[in-house]
Design a protein around this ligand. Structure first.
Ligand code: PLP
Length: 395
Protein backbone atom coordinates (compact mmCIF):
# COMPACT_ATOMS: atom_id res chain seq x y z
CA UNK A 1 0.00 0.00 0.00
CA UNK A 2 1.22 3.47 -0.83
CA UNK A 3 2.18 5.87 1.96
CA UNK A 4 0.48 8.64 -0.02
CA UNK A 5 -2.84 9.86 1.41
CA UNK A 6 -6.14 9.70 -0.45
CA UNK A 7 -6.43 13.48 -0.39
CA UNK A 8 -3.04 13.84 -2.06
CA UNK A 9 -4.12 11.40 -4.77
CA UNK A 10 -7.00 13.72 -5.62
CA UNK A 11 -4.70 16.50 -6.80
CA UNK A 12 -2.04 17.08 -9.46
CA UNK A 13 1.10 19.21 -9.48
CA UNK A 14 0.68 22.70 -10.93
CA UNK A 15 0.67 22.44 -14.76
CA UNK A 16 2.11 25.93 -15.13
CA UNK A 17 5.12 24.91 -13.05
CA UNK A 18 5.43 21.76 -15.22
CA UNK A 19 5.80 23.88 -18.39
CA UNK A 20 8.36 26.13 -16.74
CA UNK A 21 10.34 23.07 -15.64
CA UNK A 22 10.34 21.56 -19.15
CA UNK A 23 11.50 24.88 -20.64
CA UNK A 24 14.26 25.11 -18.02
CA UNK A 25 15.44 21.59 -18.85
CA UNK A 26 15.55 22.40 -22.57
CA UNK A 27 17.50 25.57 -21.85
CA UNK A 28 19.96 23.60 -19.70
CA UNK A 29 20.44 21.31 -22.70
CA UNK A 30 21.51 24.34 -24.75
CA UNK A 31 18.21 25.15 -26.51
CA UNK A 32 17.18 28.77 -27.01
CA UNK A 33 13.75 28.57 -25.37
CA UNK A 34 11.62 31.71 -24.91
CA UNK A 35 9.42 31.31 -21.84
CA UNK A 36 5.97 32.86 -22.06
CA UNK A 37 4.74 30.87 -19.10
CA UNK A 38 5.72 33.20 -16.25
CA UNK A 39 3.14 34.17 -13.67
CA UNK A 40 5.16 37.08 -12.34
CA UNK A 41 6.13 40.59 -13.43
CA UNK A 42 9.62 40.80 -14.93
CA UNK A 43 10.19 44.11 -13.08
CA UNK A 44 12.22 44.26 -9.89
CA UNK A 45 10.77 45.20 -6.48
CA UNK A 46 11.01 49.04 -6.15
CA UNK A 47 13.95 50.35 -4.09
CA UNK A 48 11.89 52.05 -1.38
CA UNK A 49 10.33 48.66 -0.58
CA UNK A 50 13.70 46.91 -0.48
CA UNK A 51 15.05 49.65 1.81
CA UNK A 52 12.14 49.14 4.21
CA UNK A 53 13.08 45.46 4.46
CA UNK A 54 16.75 46.26 5.10
CA UNK A 55 15.73 48.72 7.82
CA UNK A 56 13.49 46.07 9.38
CA UNK A 57 16.39 43.62 9.57
CA UNK A 58 18.65 46.23 11.13
CA UNK A 59 15.95 47.26 13.59
CA UNK A 60 15.67 43.66 14.73
CA UNK A 61 12.26 42.85 13.25
CA UNK A 62 13.49 39.30 13.04
CA UNK A 63 11.20 37.54 15.51
CA UNK A 64 7.84 35.83 15.30
CA UNK A 65 4.99 38.27 14.76
CA UNK A 66 1.27 37.84 15.42
CA UNK A 67 0.14 34.83 13.36
CA UNK A 68 -2.24 36.89 11.21
CA UNK A 69 0.10 39.83 10.59
CA UNK A 70 1.69 42.78 12.39
CA UNK A 71 -0.59 45.62 13.54
CA UNK A 72 1.32 47.96 11.18
CA UNK A 73 0.63 45.82 8.14
CA UNK A 74 -2.99 45.24 9.07
CA UNK A 75 -3.44 49.01 9.43
CA UNK A 76 -1.83 49.54 6.01
CA UNK A 77 -4.22 46.97 4.50
CA UNK A 78 -7.17 48.59 6.25
CA UNK A 79 -6.15 51.96 4.76
CA UNK A 80 -5.68 50.40 1.30
CA UNK A 81 -9.21 48.99 1.26
CA UNK A 82 -10.64 52.33 2.32
CA UNK A 83 -8.53 54.40 -0.07
CA UNK A 84 -8.81 52.24 -3.17
CA UNK A 85 -12.04 50.29 -2.78
CA UNK A 86 -14.15 52.41 -0.46
CA UNK A 87 -14.39 49.40 1.87
CA UNK A 88 -14.14 49.75 5.61
CA UNK A 89 -12.95 46.86 7.78
CA UNK A 90 -12.04 46.44 11.45
CA UNK A 91 -8.53 45.10 12.07
CA UNK A 92 -9.97 41.75 13.18
CA UNK A 93 -11.56 41.43 9.75
CA UNK A 94 -8.12 41.33 8.12
CA UNK A 95 -5.56 38.53 7.94
CA UNK A 96 -2.13 38.23 6.34
CA UNK A 97 -0.56 35.07 4.93
CA UNK A 98 2.44 33.78 3.04
CA UNK A 99 1.13 34.85 -0.35
CA UNK A 100 -2.43 35.05 -1.55
CA UNK A 101 -2.09 31.36 -2.29
CA UNK A 102 -1.80 30.45 1.37
CA UNK A 103 -4.68 32.73 2.31
CA UNK A 104 -6.94 30.99 -0.23
CA UNK A 105 -5.82 27.53 0.85
CA UNK A 106 -6.47 28.36 4.50
CA UNK A 107 -9.86 29.86 3.66
CA UNK A 108 -10.96 26.61 2.01
CA UNK A 109 -9.51 24.48 4.83
CA UNK A 110 -11.34 26.64 7.36
CA UNK A 111 -14.76 26.55 5.69
CA UNK A 112 -15.28 23.51 3.47
CA UNK A 113 -17.01 20.36 4.70
CA UNK A 114 -16.92 17.11 2.74
CA UNK A 115 -19.07 17.43 -0.37
CA UNK A 116 -19.47 21.21 -0.23
CA UNK A 117 -19.47 22.72 -3.71
CA UNK A 118 -17.42 25.64 -4.90
CA UNK A 119 -18.38 27.28 -8.19
CA UNK A 120 -15.26 27.84 -10.25
CA UNK A 121 -15.73 29.71 -13.55
CA UNK A 122 -13.43 28.28 -16.25
CA UNK A 123 -10.90 29.15 -17.48
CA UNK A 124 -9.64 29.35 -13.89
CA UNK A 125 -6.39 29.84 -12.04
CA UNK A 126 -4.91 26.34 -11.84
CA UNK A 127 -4.77 26.11 -8.06
CA UNK A 128 -8.45 26.66 -7.21
CA UNK A 129 -9.81 23.17 -8.05
CA UNK A 130 -6.94 21.34 -6.39
CA UNK A 131 -7.13 23.41 -3.21
CA UNK A 132 -10.87 22.71 -3.03
CA UNK A 133 -10.27 18.99 -3.54
CA UNK A 134 -7.62 18.93 -0.82
CA UNK A 135 -10.08 20.52 1.57
CA UNK A 136 -12.63 17.76 0.77
CA UNK A 137 -14.87 19.94 -1.38
CA UNK A 138 -16.19 19.61 -4.91
CA UNK A 139 -15.17 22.11 -7.56
CA UNK A 140 -18.18 22.87 -9.75
CA UNK A 141 -16.56 24.00 -12.96
CA UNK A 142 -18.64 26.36 -15.09
CA UNK A 143 -17.24 26.80 -18.60
CA UNK A 144 -17.42 30.39 -19.75
CA UNK A 145 -17.61 31.47 -23.38
CA UNK A 146 -15.14 33.53 -25.31
CA UNK A 147 -18.05 35.67 -26.55
CA UNK A 148 -18.72 36.63 -22.89
CA UNK A 149 -15.06 37.56 -22.43
CA UNK A 150 -14.59 34.21 -20.61
CA UNK A 151 -16.68 35.58 -17.72
CA UNK A 152 -19.50 33.85 -15.88
CA UNK A 153 -22.95 35.21 -16.74
CA UNK A 154 -25.86 35.57 -14.31
CA UNK A 155 -27.66 32.79 -16.18
CA UNK A 156 -24.79 30.33 -15.86
CA UNK A 157 -24.31 31.24 -12.22
CA UNK A 158 -27.98 30.65 -11.47
CA UNK A 159 -27.84 27.19 -13.04
CA UNK A 160 -24.69 26.22 -11.14
CA UNK A 161 -26.01 27.00 -7.65
CA UNK A 162 -27.24 24.05 -5.61
CA UNK A 163 -28.09 23.37 -1.96
CA UNK A 164 -24.47 22.36 -1.46
CA UNK A 165 -22.92 25.54 -2.87
CA UNK A 166 -20.62 27.14 -0.33
CA UNK A 167 -18.55 29.54 -2.40
CA UNK A 168 -18.36 31.26 -5.75
CA UNK A 169 -14.88 32.28 -6.84
CA UNK A 170 -14.47 35.45 -8.87
CA UNK A 171 -11.07 36.46 -10.22
CA UNK A 172 -10.85 39.85 -11.90
CA UNK A 173 -8.65 40.67 -13.77
CA UNK A 174 -8.27 37.00 -14.49
CA UNK A 175 -5.44 34.57 -14.72
CA UNK A 176 -5.40 33.12 -17.44
CA UNK A 177 -7.55 35.40 -19.65
CA UNK A 178 -6.85 38.94 -18.43
CA UNK A 179 -10.60 39.66 -18.53
CA UNK A 180 -12.07 41.91 -15.87
CA UNK A 181 -15.69 42.21 -14.71
CA UNK A 182 -17.31 45.61 -15.17
CA UNK A 183 -19.35 47.11 -12.34
CA UNK A 184 -22.51 46.39 -14.35
CA UNK A 185 -21.56 42.72 -14.76
CA UNK A 186 -20.90 42.39 -11.04
CA UNK A 187 -24.26 43.99 -10.27
CA UNK A 188 -25.95 41.41 -12.54
CA UNK A 189 -24.24 38.54 -10.69
CA UNK A 190 -25.03 40.10 -7.33
CA UNK A 191 -28.77 39.95 -8.03
CA UNK A 192 -28.50 36.14 -8.01
CA UNK A 193 -26.08 36.04 -5.09
CA UNK A 194 -28.20 38.28 -2.84
CA UNK A 195 -31.04 35.77 -3.17
CA UNK A 196 -28.84 32.78 -2.30
CA UNK A 197 -28.22 33.77 1.27
CA UNK A 198 -26.23 30.72 2.34
CA UNK A 199 -23.40 31.04 -0.13
CA UNK A 200 -20.22 33.07 0.14
CA UNK A 201 -18.12 34.84 -2.47
CA UNK A 202 -14.38 34.69 -2.71
CA UNK A 203 -13.01 37.58 -4.73
CA UNK A 204 -9.43 37.11 -5.88
CA UNK A 205 -8.28 40.66 -6.67
CA UNK A 206 -4.55 39.94 -6.96
CA UNK A 207 -4.29 41.65 -10.41
CA UNK A 208 -6.27 44.74 -9.31
CA UNK A 209 -3.58 47.23 -10.27
CA UNK A 210 -2.61 45.72 -13.59
CA UNK A 211 -5.51 47.15 -15.51
CA UNK A 212 -5.64 49.32 -18.65
CA UNK A 213 -7.41 52.26 -20.28
CA UNK A 214 -8.72 53.64 -16.96
CA UNK A 215 -10.91 50.57 -16.55
CA UNK A 216 -12.99 51.21 -13.46
CA UNK A 217 -11.98 48.37 -11.13
CA UNK A 218 -14.94 47.23 -9.05
CA UNK A 219 -14.90 44.44 -6.48
CA UNK A 220 -17.96 42.53 -5.33
CA UNK A 221 -17.58 43.42 -1.63
CA UNK A 222 -18.56 46.95 -2.71
CA UNK A 223 -22.09 45.61 -3.14
CA UNK A 224 -23.41 46.43 0.34
CA UNK A 225 -25.78 43.47 0.58
CA UNK A 226 -22.93 41.06 -0.10
CA UNK A 227 -20.09 42.54 1.95
CA UNK A 228 -20.84 40.30 4.94
CA UNK A 229 -20.59 37.23 2.73
CA UNK A 230 -17.52 38.19 0.74
CA UNK A 231 -13.91 37.37 1.40
CA UNK A 232 -11.66 39.64 -0.64
CA UNK A 233 -8.16 38.33 -1.25
CA UNK A 234 -5.35 40.50 -2.51
CA UNK A 235 -1.59 40.75 -2.13
CA UNK A 236 1.60 42.52 -3.06
CA UNK A 237 3.03 39.88 -5.45
CA UNK A 238 1.80 41.23 -8.76
CA UNK A 239 1.08 44.94 -8.13
CA UNK A 240 4.42 45.61 -6.47
CA UNK A 241 6.59 42.98 -8.21
CA UNK A 242 7.04 41.14 -4.92
CA UNK A 243 6.31 37.51 -5.83
CA UNK A 244 9.29 36.18 -3.87
CA UNK A 245 8.46 38.06 -0.68
CA UNK A 246 5.30 36.00 -0.17
CA UNK A 247 2.75 38.38 1.30
CA UNK A 248 -0.97 38.08 0.60
CA UNK A 249 -3.97 39.14 2.63
CA UNK A 250 -7.73 38.96 2.90
CA UNK A 251 -10.56 40.93 4.46
CA UNK A 252 -14.04 39.73 5.24
CA UNK A 253 -16.34 38.22 7.86
CA UNK A 254 -14.71 37.85 11.29
CA UNK A 255 -15.56 34.18 11.60
CA UNK A 256 -13.76 33.28 8.37
CA UNK A 257 -10.80 35.52 9.14
CA UNK A 258 -10.45 33.85 12.55
CA UNK A 259 -10.66 30.42 10.90
CA UNK A 260 -7.94 31.30 8.39
CA UNK A 261 -5.62 32.40 11.23
CA UNK A 262 -6.39 29.23 13.19
CA UNK A 263 -5.30 27.03 10.26
CA UNK A 264 -2.21 29.18 9.84
CA UNK A 265 -1.38 28.98 13.56
CA UNK A 266 -1.03 25.22 13.21
CA UNK A 267 0.90 25.25 9.96
CA UNK A 268 3.28 28.10 9.12
CA UNK A 269 2.51 30.73 11.82
CA UNK A 270 3.22 34.28 10.71
CA UNK A 271 4.51 35.23 7.26
CA UNK A 272 8.10 36.52 7.23
CA UNK A 273 8.50 39.50 9.58
CA UNK A 274 10.82 41.20 7.07
CA UNK A 275 8.46 40.75 4.14
CA UNK A 276 5.66 42.18 6.25
CA UNK A 277 7.70 45.34 6.91
CA UNK A 278 8.35 45.60 3.16
CA UNK A 279 4.63 45.19 2.43
CA UNK A 280 3.82 48.09 4.80
CA UNK A 281 6.02 50.32 2.64
CA UNK A 282 4.51 48.90 -0.56
CA UNK A 283 1.00 49.81 0.57
CA UNK A 284 1.75 53.10 2.35
CA UNK A 285 4.59 54.39 0.15
CA UNK A 286 4.56 55.92 -3.31
CA UNK A 287 2.29 54.24 -5.86
CA UNK A 288 3.79 56.14 -8.81
CA UNK A 289 5.66 53.23 -10.39
CA UNK A 290 2.44 51.24 -10.79
CA UNK A 291 1.34 53.50 -13.63
CA UNK A 292 4.69 53.39 -15.43
CA UNK A 293 4.82 49.63 -15.21
CA UNK A 294 1.21 49.21 -16.24
CA UNK A 295 1.83 51.44 -19.28
CA UNK A 296 4.63 49.15 -20.26
CA UNK A 297 2.42 46.06 -19.82
CA UNK A 298 -0.25 47.72 -21.95
CA UNK A 299 2.20 48.31 -24.77
CA UNK A 300 3.18 44.65 -24.67
CA UNK A 301 -0.43 43.51 -24.50
CA UNK A 302 -1.27 45.49 -27.63
CA UNK A 303 1.76 44.17 -29.46
CA UNK A 304 1.01 40.55 -28.51
CA UNK A 305 -2.72 40.76 -29.29
CA UNK A 306 -2.08 42.41 -32.68
CA UNK A 307 0.64 39.89 -33.54
CA UNK A 308 -1.47 36.87 -32.59
CA UNK A 309 -4.47 38.17 -34.53
CA UNK A 310 -2.30 38.58 -37.63
CA UNK A 311 -1.49 34.84 -37.58
CA UNK A 312 -3.76 32.68 -39.70
CA UNK A 313 -5.60 30.18 -37.51
CA UNK A 314 -5.24 32.08 -34.22
CA UNK A 315 -7.60 34.64 -32.69
CA UNK A 316 -7.24 36.60 -29.50
CA UNK A 317 -9.39 38.94 -27.39
CA UNK A 318 -7.87 42.17 -26.10
CA UNK A 319 -8.30 41.82 -22.34
CA UNK A 320 -8.60 44.57 -19.74
CA UNK A 321 -5.82 43.57 -17.40
CA UNK A 322 -3.30 41.19 -15.78
CA UNK A 323 -0.37 40.17 -18.03
CA UNK A 324 -1.90 37.26 -19.88
CA UNK A 325 -3.78 36.70 -23.11
CA UNK A 326 -5.72 33.56 -23.98
CA UNK A 327 -5.77 33.01 -27.75
CA UNK A 328 -7.81 30.33 -29.47
CA UNK A 329 -5.96 27.72 -31.53
CA UNK A 330 -9.14 25.78 -32.35
CA UNK A 331 -8.82 26.44 -36.10
CA UNK A 332 -5.43 24.79 -36.12
CA UNK A 333 -6.60 21.57 -34.49
CA UNK A 334 -7.71 18.61 -36.59
CA UNK A 335 -6.77 16.18 -39.32
CA UNK A 336 -5.18 18.74 -41.60
CA UNK A 337 -2.56 19.88 -39.08
CA UNK A 338 -2.35 16.49 -37.34
CA UNK A 339 -2.59 18.35 -34.03
CA UNK A 340 -5.47 17.05 -31.95
CA UNK A 341 -5.54 19.12 -28.80
CA UNK A 342 -4.27 22.37 -27.30
CA UNK A 343 -1.83 20.24 -25.29
CA UNK A 344 -0.36 18.80 -28.52
CA UNK A 345 -0.22 22.29 -29.99
CA UNK A 346 1.74 23.60 -27.02
CA UNK A 347 4.10 20.61 -26.93
CA UNK A 348 4.89 20.89 -30.65
CA UNK A 349 5.35 24.65 -30.35
CA UNK A 350 7.92 24.06 -27.63
CA UNK A 351 9.72 21.23 -29.43
CA UNK A 352 9.76 22.75 -32.92
CA UNK A 353 9.89 26.48 -32.26
CA UNK A 354 11.18 26.73 -28.71
CA UNK A 355 8.40 28.89 -27.29
CA UNK A 356 6.89 27.85 -23.95
CA UNK A 357 3.21 28.62 -23.31
CA UNK A 358 0.55 26.81 -21.24
CA UNK A 359 -2.36 24.82 -22.76
CA UNK A 360 -5.89 26.10 -22.11
CA UNK A 361 -6.94 22.68 -20.84
CA UNK A 362 -4.70 23.28 -17.78
CA UNK A 363 -7.11 26.11 -16.94
CA UNK A 364 -10.24 24.08 -17.67
CA UNK A 365 -10.97 25.29 -21.22
CA UNK A 366 -9.79 23.32 -24.26
CA UNK A 367 -8.76 24.84 -27.57
CA UNK A 368 -6.82 27.78 -26.19
CA UNK A 369 -3.40 28.56 -24.75
CA UNK A 370 -2.12 31.11 -22.29
CA UNK A 371 0.59 33.58 -23.18
CA UNK A 372 2.21 35.60 -20.43
CA UNK A 373 3.66 38.85 -21.71
CA UNK A 374 5.57 39.57 -18.50
CA UNK A 375 8.83 39.53 -20.42
CA UNK A 376 10.83 41.99 -22.55
CA UNK A 377 9.58 43.41 -25.85
CA UNK A 378 12.63 41.85 -27.48
CA UNK A 379 11.61 38.37 -26.29
CA UNK A 380 8.00 38.99 -27.27
CA UNK A 381 9.01 40.03 -30.80
CA UNK A 382 11.12 36.91 -31.25
CA UNK A 383 8.42 34.70 -29.75
CA UNK A 384 5.65 36.11 -31.97
CA UNK A 385 7.79 35.53 -35.08
CA UNK A 386 8.38 31.96 -34.02
CA UNK A 387 4.69 31.33 -33.30
CA UNK A 388 3.86 32.80 -36.71
CA UNK A 389 6.20 30.52 -38.63
CA UNK A 390 5.15 27.52 -36.53
CA UNK A 391 1.48 28.11 -37.38
CA UNK A 392 2.20 28.84 -41.06
CA UNK A 393 4.02 25.54 -41.36
CA UNK A 394 0.98 23.73 -39.97
CA UNK A 395 -1.40 25.06 -42.61
N1 PLP B 1 -4.55 34.24 -7.55
C1 PLP B 1 -4.21 34.25 -8.84
C2 PLP B 1 -5.27 34.39 -9.86
C3 PLP B 1 -2.85 34.14 -9.22
O1 PLP B 1 -2.52 34.15 -10.52
C4 PLP B 1 -1.87 34.00 -8.21
C5 PLP B 1 -0.47 33.79 -8.56
O2 PLP B 1 -0.10 33.36 -9.63
C6 PLP B 1 -2.29 34.01 -6.87
C7 PLP B 1 -3.63 34.13 -6.58
C8 PLP B 1 -1.34 33.86 -5.72
O3 PLP B 1 -0.35 34.81 -5.67
P1 PLP B 1 0.63 34.93 -4.42
O4 PLP B 1 0.57 33.65 -3.66
O5 PLP B 1 1.98 35.17 -5.01
O6 PLP B 1 0.13 36.08 -3.61
Amino acid sequence: MSIVSNSLKRIKPSPTIAVTTKAREMRAAGRDVIGLGAGEPDFDTPDNIKEAAIKAIKRGDTKYTAVDGTPDLKKAIQAKFLRENDLSYELDQITVGTGGKQVLYNAFMATINKGDEVIVPAPYWVSYPDMILLAGGKPKIVKCDEKDGFKITANKLKKAISKKTKWLILNSPSNPTGSAYTKEEIIELSKILIKNKKMYILSDDIYEHIIYNNFNFFTIAQIKALKDRTLTMNGVSKSYSMTGWRIGYAAGPKEIIKGISKVQSQSTSNPSSISQAAAVEALNGTQDFIKTRTDSFKQRRDFVVDSLNSIKGLSCLRPEGAFYVFPSCKKLLGKKTKIKTDKDFVEKLLERSEVAVVPGSAFGLDGYFRVSYATSMENLKKAMNRIKSFCENLN
